[in-house]
Design a protein around this ligand. Structure first.
Ligand SMILES: NC(=O)c1ccc[n+]([C@@H]2O[C@H](COP(=O)([O-])OP(=O)(O)OC[C@H]3O[C@@H](n4cnc5c(N)ncnc54)[C@H](OP(=O)(O)O)[C@@H]3O)[C@@H](O)[C@H]2O)c1
Length: 472
């Protein structure tokens, strides 16, 4: 039985004229509608500065869905959805516009008090204005307003703390949903569920059994239109701060007895706050793809990294001296995100023998592999056995990343959202890396488009006698 929302709601997209709205949010709303998840009464409202009539906005909304689903689009469902779509043009900085917006919502919803979900699909510079104006123009503190704020939350530890304190002046922690869309991926969610439901995995994933962990997130595309944003942040802040550290936390955390947000966030935070990054040039490799600086809007002398590999540890007894390697980059040979856990070998096993591996592919393929080794005595031949199966959600009712997360907000749940403490701990690690980079203490290795990234990345696992395990 699929969960459907019964209460009416308003869903406002701030920055409705932007890329994220068109690429992800509108198509996701369509998918939820297609699955009959919505009640009879709901309002999807676009808010941005761009002057648009309601029908022009409805057209943009419709086209973004048609672009995503092509011939497969269900026109009847899309037309029914469009009737729930509204538009309001206003300045994020102007309180008058937010007062007018509240009146607009009251008129549209016929003054009914219904839950209001506000999605921040805007660049971070606009966050505070929207928070303040939404906070100051609500009728009462009891109004049910839920804010969805996409990562990045802040640009370092200090700014994240400042932003948190700013938001807390207007809203409680329970009203704020800190979103990393990786946590909406069913493959990423499977890490926790596989570990909770299978004792075989819980035994394997003890630090004392593990030789090393490798987390890879390769992208084959470059920065595209996000160059303005990317130039400010780079790969370490864009990919490692949230996506990769969240995967690391899910793989290594203690499994709580209760599957609720507080318990899971508490255990993830325990890992993130225990990260021990020997942050120096021996343990960090940064790269930049050739011709990155030829892009319009990029300085010829830019030092923004488009590739990063890091070697780190967890300051926890169970994980003593277990190296964890992270790597991620753009314009590489393939799009592929996966985790490799290499188990320790028995002391009597010869060096050349392959270790047992647990591999979880997260995207684009979603699969789990466990590799074993057998010996055929007669011919003295080793046989590697790999058991593989899909972990993709392929039954009716599966949703894309943002769909799972939007439903969760509407339900008032937050299992797959971040806690502020997790974000701060992640920034503590990332700040150490970015500060070294800003002081020019890290070499920037150039690499070719379509390659596997800078060769220097291999020095990290080599320090411990390991090598990156590449899946093809
Ligand atoms: N695009 C993605 O795939 C993606 C992925 C992950 C996270 N995110 C995050 O999601 C948020 C939205 O991403 P996006 O790609 O949709 O951003 P965007 O296209 O740059 O901006 C969204 C909208 O915000 C308004 N805006 C842009 N710059 C502004 C400024 N300096 N001052 C005031 N308003 C401004 C514009 O609307 P108006 O001018 O009409 O008001 C714009 O259409 C960002 O925080 C981004 O980091 C995006």
């Amino acid at each position: 039985m699929l969960f459907s929302i019964t209460n009416p709601f308003v869903f406002t997209v701030f920055g409705a004229s932007g890329d994220l709205a068109k690429l992800k949010i509108f198509p996701t709303l369509y998918e939820l509608m297609l699955q009959n998840r919505f009640p009879k009464e709901f309002y999807i409202v676009g808010f941005s500065r761009t002057k648009l009539t309601q029908s022009a906005f409805r057209k943009i909304f419709k086209e973004s869905v048609e672009k995503k689903f092509g011939k497969d689009v269900n026109t009847k469902v899309l037309n029914a959805l469009i009737k729930h779509v509204y538009y309001f043009s206003g300045q994020y900085t102007q309180i008058e516009d937010f007062i007018a917006f509240r009146l607009f919502l009251e008129k549209t919803t016929k003054k009914r008090k219904i839950e209001h979900i506000a999605y921040f699909s805007v660049p971070p510079v606009v966050f505070k204005d929207i928070v303040r104006n939404l906070g100051e123009t609500r009728r009462s503190k009891k109004d049910d307003i839920r804010l969805i704020i996409e990562k990045p939350f802040g640009e370092d530890k200090k700014s994240a703390e400042e932003l948190y304190h700013f938001v807390s002046q207007y809203f409680t922690e329970k009203q704020v949903y800190l979103l990393d869309h990786y946590l909406g991926k069913t493959s990423v969610q499977s890490i926790l569920h596989l570990r909770r439901s299978n004792r075989i995995l819980s035994h394997m994933l003890h630090g004392s059994e593990i030789a090393n962990i490798q987390i890879t997130a390769f992208e084959d595309i470059g920065v595209g239109d996000r160059i303005g944003y990317f130039e400010q942040v780079g790969t370490v802040r864009d990919m490692i701060q949230s996506h990769l550290l969240q995967i690391l936390a899910l793989i290594t955390m203690n499994i709580p007895n209760h599957l609720d947000a507080e318990s899971v966030q508490r255990e993830k935070h325990a890992v993130l706050s225990a990260i021990d990054c020997p942050c120096d040039s021996e343990n960090i490799v940064l790269g930049q793809y050739k011709h990155y600086s030829d892009k319009k809007g990029v300085s010829k002398t830019t030092r923004t990294e488009t590739f990063a590999a890091v070697r780190l540890f967890l300051d926890q007894e169970d994980w003593y001296k277990v190296p964890i390697y992270l790597r991620t980059g753009k314009k590489l040979h393939e799009k592929h995100t996966y985790v490799v856990v290499e188990l320790k070998k028995f002391p009597f096993q010869p060096k050349h023998e392959e270790p047992n591996r647990l591999i979880i592919e997260l995207q684009p393929d979603e699969r789990i592999h466990i590799t074993l080794v057998n010996l055929h005595e007669d011919v003295q031949q080793q046989q590697e056995i790999t058991t593989t199966d899909s972990i993709a959600c392929s039954i009716e009712g599966c949703l894309p990343d943002h769909g799972t997360l939007l439903l969760e907000v509407i339900k008032g749940e937050r299992l797959h959202f971040l806690s502020f403490h997790e974000i701060i701990s992640a920034w503590t690690v990332v700040d150490q890396i970015t500060s070294l980079s800003q002081k020019n203490k890290l070499r920037l290795h150039r690499y070719e488009h379509g390659s596997m990234g800078p060769k220097a990345q291999h020095t990290l696992p080599k320090k411990d006698g390991f090598s990156w395990y590449d899946i093809h």
